[in-house]
Design a protein around this ligand. Structure first.
Ligand code: HEM
Length: 319
């Protein structure tokens, strides 16, 4: 969507590049069995723009946005003549110590706004419309934590692509013309062992992440040093070309229940890029030298979705 109109109209559905926000809802649902439930779900999501306008126009400064993602299995139930080329299920990765689990989800909603009440209201109206045709399998309310820190205490999101590279890395191009402007998204809900993490020295934490904690400056890796989270997630292909993704992670938690987490969300033009990041994190590079943040972060969910462009989403409306 054209960023120039964000001051006078609500943000269009499926704006992957919508602004980072201070609040977000990550909602995953499954669709009940049967042709009718799938058709009704299609009807609701194809018309999500109406609900976004209803809530978003009440405070344009709230920058409400919503992206709808569709799983491979749900897409196959949607009676479409074509299919996004790279859409496939999230495959579990079993590392030597930690695993990236694969969990259910047919539809995913990424709702962002400057106000938690706007996210809440859109989620409420959406669930009301979806009614008994769906079951909520995961719901996370995220918040911005100081200067965009995760609950491990590091600034998260710094190396996101900027300018032209945003669409270049996150939006499908002419290589899959039917799905131009769409995006693949992988989500994972992580729970942290903060007590364990806090036993590390700040320097050990900084080596694990690959940046300094206080001022967020990148650290160089020594020749024999284990890879950091940052270097494991730097993907360079055989031609020396680096491939990025667009992330909008959010902390979440309930201190009274000892729950502290990071909701990871990554949008990519090419699904293999995020899949490779995950393999490098969980299997390690070289194999065995996995991402140290995983000793303090357990992936509780994992799922892949396709976020169609607004035009493709609207065309999903049943006849
Ligand atoms: C517990 C979950 C996670 C936490 C707390 C976390 C935190 C961070 C932090 C603090 C940084 C450094 C600053 C930045 O550039 O954003 C970073 C970088 C990055 N992370 Fe994560 N991350 C998590 C999971 C993931 C996952 C699952 C992936 C990919 C599948 C990923 C991909 C990346 C990428 C691509 C970078 C930038 C690397 C670079 O080019 O410098 N992260 N992450």
């Amino acid at each position: 969507m054209d960023e120039g109109t964000w001051g006078r109209t609500p943000i269009e559905p499926q704006s992957v590049n919508a602004p980072l926000s201070t609040a977000a809802v990550f909602l995953t649902v499954t669709i009940a069995e049967g042709v009718d439930a799938a058709r009704r779900a299609r009807e609701v999501i194809s018309d999500v723009g109406g609900l976004i306008r209803a809530v978003g126009f009440r405070d344009l400064g709230g920058h409400l946005s919503c992206n709808v993602g569709i799983s491979a299995d749900a897409w196959d139930r949607f009676e479409q003549s074509s299919r996004p080329r790279q859409l496939r299920r999230f495959s579990e990765i079993r590392g030597p110590v930690h695993s990236a689990v694969s969990t259910p989800g047919d539809l995913f909603f990424h709702i962002r706004a400057e106000r938690a009440d706007m996210c809440f209201e859109l989620e409420r109206l959406l669930l009301d419309r979806l009614g008994r045709d769906i079951t909520v399998v995961d719901e996370v309310h995220g918040f911005r934590y100081f200067d965009s820190r995760d609950l491990l205490g590091f600034v998260d999101g710094t190396e996101n692509p900027t300018g032209f590279a945003v669409s270049e890395s996150s939006l499908i191009g002419e290589e899959d013309a039917d799905f131009f402007g769409g995006s693949y998204v992988i989500v994972q809900k992580y729970l942290h062992d903060l007590a364990g993490w806090d036993l590390l020295t700040t320097e050990q934490q900084e080596r694990a992440i690959g940046r300094r904690k206080a001022d967020n400056v990148e650290l160089d890796r020594g020749p024999d040093e284990r890879q950091s989270h940052r270097s494991l997630n730097t993907i360079v292909d055989a031609n020396g070309v680096e491939h990025g993704i667009l992330r909008d992670n959010m902390p979440f938690g309930t201190p009274g229940r000892g729950e502290f987490g990071t909701y990871f969300i990554g949008y990519a033009r090419e699904l293999w890029v995020i899949e490779q990041m995950l393999r490098r994190m969980f299997l390690g590079e070289p194999v065995g030298q996995y991402d140290r943040i995983l000793d303090f972060s357990t992936a509780m969910t994992g799922a892949t979705f396709f976020v169609p462009s607004m035009v493709v989403l609207e065309a999903l409306a049943p006849e």
